[in-house]
Every structure is written in C-alpha cells, then in structure tokens.
Design a protein around this ligand. Sequence first.
Ligand code: T46
Length: 178
Amino acid sequence: MQVEELPIKGVLKLTPKIYKDNRGLFLETWQKKRYEEFGVPTEFVQDNLSISSKNVLRGLHFQKEHPQGKLITLLKGKIFDVVVDFRKYSPTFGQWAGTYLSAENFEQLWIPPGLAHGFLVCSDEALFNYKCTEYYYPQDEKTILWNDPTLEIEWPLSASPILSAKDECGTSFEAEAK
Ligand SMILES: Cc1cn([C@H]2C[C@H](O)[C@@H](COP(=O)(O)OP(=O)(O)O[C@H]3O[C@H](C)C(=O)[C@H](O)[C@H]3O)O2)c(=O)[nH]c1=O
C-alpha cells in the first residue's frame, strides 16, 4: 500500500494493494491493524455511500461538536477532493488542500476529525464509500461556502457547479473559524 501525506497535517492519500487475476480483482479497503499503523484510527461507527454526477460539488461540511474522521474510498469515477483545517491548534489551521481521487486504483483519503470536507465530480459519475469515526449529527453540521473568498480554493471547474440549496448559502470561513 502506498501512503502520502497531503500538505494539511494528518491527511493521508492511500493506494491499497490490488490483486488482479483472470477473474477480476480483489483488495482490502480497510484493515484495522495496517491502517492503524499508518495513523488511521480503528473506531468507525458509520459507513456512507455517495453517488454524484459530473460537476456536482458537495460541501464544504464538518461537524463542530462531534467532529468526524472520514476514510473515503473511490469505487467509480474521479473527484477533486478538498479539505480545510479547522483544528485551532494545528500548524495548518485555516489552510486548504486538494487532491484528485480516482477509482482507477481505488484511491483513498483519510481525513482526520476537525476538517471541513468537500469534493467536485470530474468524471461522468462518481461513487464512493466513506467510513466515519462519529455519527451524523445534522444539527451540528456546518457548511462553509465552496467559493469562500478567504480560502480561494482552486476548484478545477469545467462548468458551473451543481450545488444543494444548503451548499448555495454556506457561511464564510472567517465566521465559522471564530
Ligand atoms: C451526511 C449524511 C446525510 N444524511 C441525509 C441528510 C439528507 O436528507 C441527505 C443528504 O444529505 P446532504 O445533502 O448533507 O449530503 P452531502 O451533501 O453529501 O453531505 C456530505 O458531504 C460532505 C462532502 C461530507 O463530507 C459529509 O459526509 C456530508 O456532509 O442524507 C444522512 O442520513 N446521514 C448522513 O451522514
């Protein structure tokens, strides 16, 4: 398995080992001991599945009082994934980082608790599973505007993004970072 840390502390891009033969392929998408050795905790309480079409942009979301760590695994297509560091004492507080994740090699991203998360779909469709370290608390969820002028996230847009009503009217980074 290949592992690289993104410029935001603790965010890991992982490429699992894929076993191919004349029948198809097999891979382990999570294994407690191995992932723990790379700094991915073992306590997951919820699995999510997200399917979106091209140009859909979801986020940036995070839970403030019940922060969720997320282990994303791309199962179909390609996304540009973005995280923003809201951890007050992190050396990368207030910074963003982005990376492409492709299902070609079932690429994964580990996002520690305390970061806002969003993604833009670059393929016709993207499908991914993600494991969460905390339950969903809708009343605790914050939405940061995807085009916040302070963050200046460089989304690889090829058209206007398709957004939910909630994501159309997110709050500013500065307002949420107080
Ligand atoms: C996240 C979530 C949503 N829902 C329900 C609530 C809504 O009725 C429906 C769609 O929710 P939402 O529009 O918030 O879904 P996304 O825009 O994909 O939100 C996610 O997108 C960003 C990128 C994330 O990283 C978070 O996991 C999450 O915030 O699913 C649930 O029942 N459980 C859940 O854990």
